[in-house]
Design a protein around this ligand. Structure first.
Ligand code: BGC
Length: 533
């Protein structure tokens, strides 16, 4: 692999939600050999890197985000040899590989947690997790009011053995995902060896799951609205952890990177993760949480750029992930044509995202225009749905397996004669299949390929700066030097495009005016870069 070229600064990265990408062995669950067989598809799509969701041994309570062994591969997904083959195959095609590290919590089946349960109160084994006495008479109430992200209290009671007190352990997610105690030096040492294990194998990057939660207030106070400092979000100690990891990454040849999954109250809070000597990037979810509005997009772009530039980092942009409602449905309007409008808007948002400096993260299936699926309640598998007793809809609807080929069983996700896919695909899923869209030059897949190719070959040569130009209400106009303009129309009336040549439009109806729910790229003169397309 090449040396330090900071490839991640402007990369287009593709999130592979492994369970739902491609199933090679017919068990209805995607796996590493399945991914390997589709690497060519990803290369042809025009992305620079893959982020692969967790494939480690795991009881799969949270579909891999409950890890029982950090240095192996779950047999459902393949073997370490299969992982090496994916890595090698990807590198041969010029694709970088980012793996997903889950340091906030382990599975309750991890040997460390089993040892802690067996060892009892006050033991060093329990010191690696958060075990606390309960409140009130007999300690029958949880240690504090913290809540699990999936609903219910964030604490589970563990009855003491003969003569020992009961304790409670902390899990900010499912009760099968106990939180590690990062104040224990043993935890930091163990994770450093995990990092080295995968860096030695040759991975190019790490995505850090729930990066803002690792440090907890050692006094375990109740969570109160308006507290100056959150008891477990974005505490200063987390930055020491990433500083240590950064030193490890920097000691390796090549250009290894890490990207934090963090949520902070504002862009400046997020930018703390990408200060010198810490993470290379942090996910910027602001866009993913915003309605269809040019004014909101303008604000997010400006805030993001201001914040990351202040620390000399590069921005990231994300429209979708395995945790969010799919973009097409998020932008859909009510009424019979709702999803068609949603698709137009998703395509337009892609053009804006790809026209910005920094890196863009694309979630599998976005390139097919997949909508959110209303998975029947009896088939839902997300712990958020199960643990909340149905009060949270869960995330299954964006995780339905990819349709590769209309005519085949499971739309080509699994080989013929396989078990049903782990989440049911809707009847109409085949209409959106890769094979069908490859045959249609006006498909969303063809559009993504074109946009990603132009981004790589042409926009990659633009300056890092972007200027937001004054524009009519409901529109957003971005300019980059030399001679590039992106226009987005979120308004209800057609908008006037800038003088210049059209490079690419998100809409099937290009004309002299830019229709509502569309975006387009223009070349406004300057150099001859358009001829490089
Ligand atoms: C992952 C989720 C997961 C959670 C707990 C998140 O950030 O993206 O899918 O449920 O972490 O690990």
């Amino acid at each position: 692999m090449p040396g330090r070229d900071e490839w991640w600064r402007n990369a287009a990265c593709y999130e592979v939600y492994l369970r739902s990408f491609a199933d090679s062995d017919g068990d209805g669950i995607g796996d590493l050999p399945g991914l390997r067989s589709r690497l060519r598809y990803l290369r042809d799509l025009g992305v620079d890197a893959l982020w692969i969701t967790p494939f480690y041994p795991s009881p799969q309570v949270d579909h891999g985000y409950d890890v029982s062994d950090y240095t192996d591969v779950d047999p459902r997904f393949g073997t370490l040899g299969d992982f090496d083959a994916v890595l090698e195959g990807a590198h041969q095609m010029g694709l970088r590989v980012i793996i997903d590290l889950v340091p906030n919590h382990t599975s309750a089946q991890h040997t460390g947690f089993r040892a802690a349960m067996a060892a009892g109160p006050g033991s060093p084994e329990r010191g690696r997790y958060h075990f606390r006495p309960g409140q009130g008479r007999g300690g029958l109430r949880p240690p504090n009011n913290w809540r699990s992200a999936f609903g219910g209290p964030a604490w589970t009671r563990v009855p003491g053995a003969e003569g020992q007190a009961d304790e409670w352990y902390l899990h900010l997610h499912h009760q099968e995902q106990p939180d590690l105690n990062w104040a224990s030096p043993a935890v930091g040492d163990e994770f450093e060896s995990v990092l080295r294990f995968w860096l030695d194998r040759g991975v190019d990057g790490l995505r850090i799951d729930v990066a803002m939660c690792l440090a907890k207030d050692p006094r375990y106070p109740d969570l109160r609205r308006g507290d100056d400092r959150h008891p477990y979000h974005n505490r200063p100690e987390v930055h020491e952890i990433y500083g240590r990891w950064r030193a490890v990454l920097d000691s390796y040849p090549g250009d290894r990177m890490m990207i934090a999954e963090a949520v902070a109250p504002d862009a400046a809070g997020l930018a703390r993760y990408v200060r010198a000597g810490e993470c290379h990037q942090v996910f910027n979810f602001a866009w993913l949480e915003t309605r269809w509005s040019a004014a909101d997009f303008r604000r997010i772009i400006k805030d993001t750029l201001d914040a990351v530039r202040a620390v000399n980092a590069s921005p990231t942009w994300v429209l979708a992930s395995h945790d969010a409602v799919r973009t097409v449905s998020r932008y859909a309007t009510s009424g019979p044509n709702g999803n068609a409008v949603g698709l137009e808007r998703a395509r337009a948002a892609l053009l804006v995202m790809l026209s910005l400096p920094g890196s863009a993260y694309v979630f599998q299936g976005e390139e097919l225009g997949l909508p959110q699926v209303d998975v029947p309640p009896s088939a839902r598998r997300d712990p958020a749905w199960v643990q909340s007793g149905g009060s949270m809809p869960g995330r299954d609807g964006c995780r339905v397996p990819i349709p590769w080929n209309k005519g085949e069983q499971s739309c080509g996700f699994s080989p013929a004669g396989s078990s049903a896919p782990w989440l049911p695909q809707p009847q109409s899923w085949g209409e959106l299949s890769v094979a069908d869209q490859e045959r249609d030059s006006s498909s969303t897949l063809a559009f993504y390929r074109k946009a990603l190719r132009i981004r790589r070959t042409v926009l990659g040569g633009l300056d890092d700066g972007v200027v937001i130009l004054p524009s009519a209400p409901g529109t957003l106009v971005l300019a980059r030097d030399p001679g590039f303009i992106c226009v987005l129309n979120c308004g209800s009336r057609p908008a006037r495009p800038p003088a210049g040549d059209l490079i690419l439009s998100s809409t099937h109806r290009p004309g002299s005016l830019l229709p509502p729910n569309s975006a387009a790229w223009f070349h406004t003169g300057g150099t001859n870069w358009v001829s490089r397309r």
